[in-house]
Design a protein around this ligand. Sequence first.
Ligand code: PGA
Length: 247
Amino acid sequence: MRKKIVAGNWKMNMTPSQAVELCETLKPLVAGSEADVVFCVPAIDIVPVVEAVKGTNIEVGGENLYFEDKGAYTGEISADMLLDAGCKYVIIGHSERRDYFKETDAIVNKKVKKAIEKGLTPIMCCGESLEQREQGITLDWIRMQIKIGLQGVDAADVAKMVIAYEPIWAIGTGVTATTEQAQEVCGAIRECIAEIYCRETADAVRIQYGGSVNAGNAAELFSQPDIDGGLVGGASLKADFGVIANA
Ligand code: PGA
């Protein structure tokens, strides 16, 4: 039985002091969750958020990392920095990073491997654009992202990681994929993992849905057989996240 995982993706929101305030608001609201609860926060918020959630059921994650260990990479953040600051998770390959910062599947793959090597759990994102959905190539596209993103990653490591299916057209738009659409793609991702690895690995990997998840639609989405929780943007910044974490 896979344990559900509900992660907030704060994106570029919350100053350090606002972040601590939000933690205080959300802590009691997610305390009863049966899922793994993760706050993925801006790099500068990691230290105060780790401090603020100490002793609770909340784990902390980064929103990105760089695939080199250290050195002259101005502005980047390493896996060791995330770990030392107290992170357990890291989002990799979010569509906003692919789009605005030109991250390719090959870069995503390097980042996934670095996270695993260092002991962070990657939340590897994939998702199609509206144009790709209309062209009927959604599953081909997702399978390609999964196959390249996981090149050279061992089955045992895949089994422990998280994959987030986030249709780009549903992110921040208020348009959620239908339960059927979300389940179809999450199921296809699991089949793809079974093909590359084996059934056991496919049954172990946790697959989230993301894209306008809110307090009203979370329970139905998370009840699908291949949806093991959600990656939540906008709604993770307010009390609604408590409802979602308990859905
Ligand atoms: P959203 O973002 O919930 O605001 O649509 C989801 C995400 O980008 O992870």
